[in-house]
Ligand binder design. Structure first.
Ligand SMILES: NC(=O)C1=CN([C@@H]2O[C@H](COP(=O)(O)OP(=O)(O)OC[C@H]3O[C@@H](n4cnc5c(N)ncnc54)[C@H](O)[C@@H]3O)[C@@H](O)[C@H]2O)C=CC1
Ligand SMILES: O=C(CO)COP(=O)(O)O
Length: 330
């Protein structure tokens, strides 16, 4: 059975862009927003000025009633990671047995150190889980610019259903059976993008920037593998691909957060100046704690966690990384 109606939970920039893409792919789309002004703007003006200004949100119905989402053939969950559990528990109140849910957010739950796949299994035990991740800025997808992503599903049949439902020439999903790899890549790259932003903001040079991406990728791979991912998956769109995108452009909220830190702003100043979520800020301490728990060497991510918690200064963090003992590359 193919998915004809798609429910999208979360009308932030990414949920809205994914809803636009699914509508363009020919699906009937219902978009759930927690804010009534966002629901009204989409239904009355075909716009989402709060989270995705400039994009036309046409042919999509917005709702604040989660029961309407539960009636759809399949659901894309796009709530920021720290609030994902609440959204899924709400969906679980009216979801049918075996509902297909695709997780599209990038982060770990800071309070439990859990991945979104675990949060979904705990909230809706019968859900059929998929993960969408990869280099894809919401604005690019909304504009219809070419994008390729990893679409990880628990069976090839489920993957086919999702690819048929949301794939388009300008939005190319590549199938993977590695749910953990797809998730881990997206979560860790956000933390590394903060580090890359700091390097750029402080003017440490492109050589340092490239070194950080490369050594950061080693950390991302180590943690992913320790969590059960296949290292090959992490070389793909959801790992290296997304790391390169997010570390290359201040269009990334994580990269621009780090850039602003590098330019001398404080964590609270930067967060107070934006409505958009900066996932790496909450995920950094979770990754640092996981690294400790699993005995995985992740000095860059641990340094970002210390900086974000304001336990060390940028200069202290940079010095500590540069003074680490020389060692073999792998
Ligand atoms: N924006 C992008 O280009 C991309 C974002 N993502 C991921 O998608 C997820 C959602 O990000 P965006 O849509 O960009 O968010 P956004 O920054 O555009 O909007 C914030 C979202 O958080 C929700 N929110 C705020 N406080 C909340 C609360 N207390 N409870 C529940 N929800 C709350 C808002 O309703 C809104 O939907 C994140 O995990 C992000 O990493 C993934 C790929 C691309
Ligand atoms: O995940 C993203 C692109 O793939 C978006 O990254 P930011 O949340 O840092 O903007």
């Amino acid at each position: 059975m193919s998915f004809e109606t798609i429910g999208v939970i979360g009308a932030g920039a990414w949920g809205t862009a994914l809803a636009i893409n699914a509508q363009r792919a020919g699906r009937n789309v219902v978009l759930w927003a927690r804010e009534q002004d966002v629901v009204d703007a989409i239904n009355n003006d075909q716009k989402n000025p709060k989270y995705l200004p400039d994009a036309a949100v046409e042919g999509i119905r917005a709702t604040s009633d989660m029961a309407e989402i539960a009636k759809c053939d399949a659901v894309m969950a796009v709530t920021p990671a720290q609030f994902m559990r609440g959204s899924l528990e709400l969906l679980g109140q009216s979801a049918p047995e075996g509902i297909s849910v695709m997780l599209c957010s990038k982060g770990f739950e800071a309070s439990s150190l859990k991945m979104m796949t675990d949060v979904l299994s705990e909230s809706i035990p019968s859900a059929v889980i998929s993960v969408l991740s990869g280099p894809s800025f919401a604005k690019d997808v909304a504009l219809g610019l070419p994008t390729a992503v990893t679409l990880a599903a628990s069976s090839p049949e489920e993957g086919e259903r999702w690819m048929d439902a949301i794939g388009r020439p300008e939005f190319r999903p590549y199938f993977s059976d590695d749910l953990i790899g797809a998730e881990a890549g997206g979560a860790v790259k956000n933390v590394l993008a903060i580090a890359c932003g700091i390097v750029e903001g402080k003017g440490l040079g492109k050589s340092a920037h490239a070194a950080l991406i490369s050594r950061g990728f080693a950390e991302l791979t180590r943690l992913g593998v320790a969590l059960g991912a296949n290292a090959e998956t992490l070389k793909g769109l959801c790992g290296l691909g997304d790391l390169v995108l997010t570390c290359s452009s201040t269009q990334s909220r994580n990269m621009s957060f780090g850039y602003a830190l590098g330019q001398g702003q404080t964590v609270s100043q930067i967060l107070a100046s934006r409505t958009a979520v900066t996932e790496g800020v909450a995920t950094a301490p979770a990754i640092a704690a996981l690294a400790k728990k699993l005995d995985v060497e992740m000095p860059i991510c641990e340094t970002v966690a210390e900086i974000v918690a304001e336990r060390i200064t940028l200069s202290q963090g940079i010095e500590a990384l540069l003074k680490r003992p020389f060692k073999a590359e792998n």
